[in-house]
Each structure stands twice: as C-alpha cells, then as structure tokens.
Ligand binder design. Sequence first.
Ligand code: F6R
Ligand code: MN
Length: 187
Amino acid sequence: MKPTFHPPLNVDWASGVLCGAPLICKTTSLGDLAGVFADQESWRQHDPSQTVYSVEMFDSPSGEGELYVGVTHLNPGRVGDEYFMTRGHFHARREQGEVYFGLRGEGLLLLQDEQGQTRLERVLPGSIHIIPGFTAHRLINTGDAVLSALAVWPSQAGHDYAALANGFALKVTPETVKLMAKEVQNG
Ligand code: F6R
Ligand code: MN
C-alpha cells in the first residue's frame, strides 16, 4: 500500500513557538487568579489585566488514547514575595500523568501528591519532568525572563482546579530558591 506523507508539526525549541496546525490559545491574567497568591493585598494593587501566562496548544483530537501538545509561556514577576506561577491542577482523571520539557527561562515545577506532600524540580532549557498520575503540578517562574515549557498529556486527562481551591501546601519565594541552591550545593 502507498504511504501518505504529512508535513510534521513543529516547535521552535528556543522560543516555544508552535506551528504546522491550528492552535488553541488561552491567556491568564492577574485578575483571573483571585485567591491564588498568598498576599491578597499586593494582588489587589496590581493591574488585573497584566498577563501572567499563556498556553498555546494544537487543536488535536480529544478521544480516549489521544495526546495533547502545548506550550506554556509564563512571564516573570511577583505578587508580594511570591513568584508568578500557573494556577496548578490535578488531572480530573487522577491516574493520568504528563511530561513537561523546559525550553527557555528558569523556574520550578511544584509537584504535590494527594496527601499534600510537595517536591520541587528545577525547570531549565532541556529539563524533562515526568509527572506521575495522582500528582498536582504548577509552573513557577523564578527568573527575570519568560519561562516556556512544552507539555504532552492525555487528551482525556481533564483538569481539576477545585481540589486545590485552598492552594498548594508550599509557597515559593526567593527564600525557597536560596534554600534549594544551598541543598544542591551540599549534595
Ligand atoms: C495540561 C498542563 C498544562 C497547563 C498549563 C497552565 O494538563 O498541565 O498545559 O494547563 O501550564 O496551567 P493551569 O492549567 O494550571 O492554569
Ligand atoms: Mn496537567
């Protein structure tokens, strides 16, 4: 049988720009993140229209067994002493995992299990993060430039934001980054 040839989808590794098929784009501004940052007073003083992050993903099939591919671009910034971050979520289908790949910028991936145990992984160009099932995840930009990360996840995973309505158990501030650097230094 004669094969059919398809031009591939494409990501520019340096910028995270996707092309080759129609995209779905969603932007999240500070005003959308009510209750997410610990310092509510500082959050209120910021411009609510300021973009915190945008997600671009291929508009691909969403059936059982299919995969979504998307890039999150997370701006640098802080609310009080807390870095700009994504809202964060568990997957609605809890058993379903995801893989993140760091493309540009520097930051952290905050992971939290269902018992509230947290851990952090450094995100940097080339880093690979295997997020297991039953694990909530949030990107945090600890640098001065845009943090971009590519993600691949099951189309049927869904998002459960409500389970984290009271927030993650760990607040990430410059103090956390200093502590982490010290731990890495001491092995
Ligand atoms: C998909 C996924 C990412 C996030 C994106 C925005 O499962 O983990 O594409 O959706 O980083 O974060 P949230 O969805 O927490 O606003
Ligand atoms: Mn996810």
